[in-house]
Design a protein around this ligand. Structure first.
Ligand code: FES
Length: 372
C-alpha cells in the first residue's frame, strides 16, 4: 500500500473506482510515459492515455473525466468537447470550489458558479433529444443574469404561481387559510362619560353662575334691543296719522230756558264745555248768560261757591259775583261771556267761538244773553 501522502490524484480516483490503475507502480509508469503516449487511447476506457499526464499538469476536466472513467479527458477528446460544449474555464484543483467539483463529478458541468457551462448544457442538447424532458425547457429564453428568489422557487415548484396566493386559491388548493380577522370589541365608556353621571355640586354652581350671569346680560341686551325696535316702529307708524286736536264742538245745546231758574248756576257744563249757565239780573233785566270758566287774572279755573254765592279762584283768591263781575283779588276785569241764543227747537244754544267782554261794552250785545 502506497503512502497516502504520496498518492497522486489519479491514484486516488483509481482507488475510488476500485481498479488497480491507481497503484503507485502504475502511477509511476504513467508518470514515466511520454507526452505522445498520453494522446493515445489506453487499453482500458477507464484509464485513458491522458492520465499519463503528471498530476500537476492535469486540468480539472482531465481529473473529473478520469474519475468518470471516460476518454473525454484526452487532449483530442477535450478538443472535440470544446467544439460541442462551451469551453469551461480550466481551473486547477486548488482553485475549484466544492460546488464546481461536485457539478463536474455529476457530469453536467453546470451550477450557479459556471454560467458558461450551463449555457453549454442548454444550447446543444435540445436538437439531439427532441423528445426529452429538457426539450421544452430549451425553448425558454436562457437567462444570463442572476435569477430572483421567486423565479427560482417557481422553477422548483414546476411552474406553480409564485408569491402569495389568495384565500380563495388556498381554499381551492386545500391549503389552510389564516383565520378571518374580527374587529375587537369597543372599550367600555369611562364613568365620567356616562349619561347617568351627574356633575359635581361645585360644577353645577359654577355653571349656574355663568349661565345666569351671561344669560341675564344677554336677556337684558336682547330685551332692550327689542323694545327699542318696537318704539322705533311705533314712532314711525305715528307719522302715518295727521295731528288732529279732538275738541268738543264749539256750538252746543244746554236745554230749555225754563231749566234755569233765577239765581241758579248750572255747573254741569263746566267740565265738558267750560261754561256756567246762570240766570242773572243785568242792567235791570233778567237774562240767561253763559260765563267763561277762566279767571281773568292768569287763567285759572275758579269754583262756584253756592254758600257764598260767588266764583272763587283757587290760584290767587280772585272773587267774582254770580253775574261775573270781579270784586276781590288780583283779577283785573269781569269774566267773559259766550254767545247764546234760543235755537229752533226752543233750547238754549251756546256758541263758544264768540266771546264778549264787559270792559269793552260788549255785554250790551243781544248775542250774549237771552232775555227771560
Ligand atoms: Fe285767578 Fe290769579 S288766576 S286769581
Amino acid at each position: 500500500m502506497a503512502d497516502k501522502d504520496k498518492m497522486s490524484i489519479q491514484d486516488i480516483l483509481a482507488a475510488c473506482r476500485g481498479d488497480g490503475g491507481g497503484t503507485p507502480d502504475a502511477t509511476k509508469a504513467n508518470d514515466e510515459s511520454s507526452g505522445a503516449e498520453a494522446a493515445k487511447p489506453a487499453a482500458t476506457p477507464a484509464k485513458p492515455a491522458g492520465q499519463a499526464k503528471p498530476a500537476g499538469q492535469m486540468s480539472v476536466e482531465d481529473i473529473l473525466a478520469a474519475a468518470r472513467g471516460d476518454a473525454s479527458a484526452s487532449p483530442d477528446a477535450g478538443q472535440e468537447a470544446s467544439t460541442s460544449k462551451p469551453a469551461a474555464p480550466s481551473k486547477k484543483p486548488g482553485e475549484m470550489s466544492v460546488s464546481d467539483i461536485l457539478a463536474a463529478a455529476r457530469g453536467d458541468g453546470g451550477g450557479a458558479a459556471k454560467p458558461a457551462a450551463s449555457a453549454k448544457k442548454a444550447a446543444p442538447k435540445p436538437a439531439a433529444a427532441a423528445g426529452d424532458k429538457a426539450a421544452p425547457k430549451a425553448s425558454t429564453p436562457a437567462r444570463t443574469g442572476p435569477m430572483d428568489t421567486s423565479s427560482i422557487l417557481a422553477a422548483a415548484r414546476g411552474g406553480a404561481k409564485p408569491g402569495p396566493i389568495s384565500r380563495a386559491e388556498a381554499a381551492a388548493q386545500g391549503k389552510p387559510t389564516a383565520p378571518k380577522l374580527t374587529a375587537p370589541p369597543m372599550p367600555q365608556k369611562p364613568a365620567y362619560a356616562s349619561p347617568k353621571a351627574k356633575p359635581s355640586k361645585a360644577a353645577e354652581t359654577r355653571r349656574g353662575f355663568f349661565s345666569v350671569f351671561l344669560g341675564s346680560f344677554l336677556a337684558v341686551g336682547f330685551t332692550t334691543l327689542s323694545l327699542t325696535n318696537l318704539l322705533w316702529v311705533l314712532g314711525l307708524a305715528r307719522f302715518f296719522f295727521p295731528n288732529i286736536l279732538i275738541e268738543p264742538p264749539s256750538r252746543f245745546k244746554v236745554g230749555f230756558p225754563s231749566d234755569f231758574p233765577p239765581g241758579a248756576v248750572a255747573t254741569k257744563f263746566k267740565a265738558q264745555f267750560g261754561v256756567w249757565v246762570t240766570n242773572v239780573e243785568w242792567d235791570g233785566q233778567r237774562q240767561l248768560v253763559a260765563l267763561k270758566t277762566v279767571c281773568t287774572h292768569l287763567g285759572c279755573t275758579p269754583n262756584w261757591l253756592e254758600a257764598e254765592q260767588k266764583f272763587k279762584c283757587p290760584c290767587h283768591g280772585s272773587g267774582f259775583y254770580i253775574d261775573g263781575v270781579n270784586f276781590e283779588g288780583p283779577a283785573p276785569r269781569p269774566l267773559e261771556r259766550y254767545a247764546i241764543r234760543v235755537a229752533d227747537d226752543g233750547q238754549l244754544e251756546i256758541d263758544k267761538s264768540k266771546t264778549f267782554q264787559q270792559e269793552l261794552g260788549q255785554w250790551s250785545d243781544t248775542a250774549c244773553y237771552v232775555p227771560v
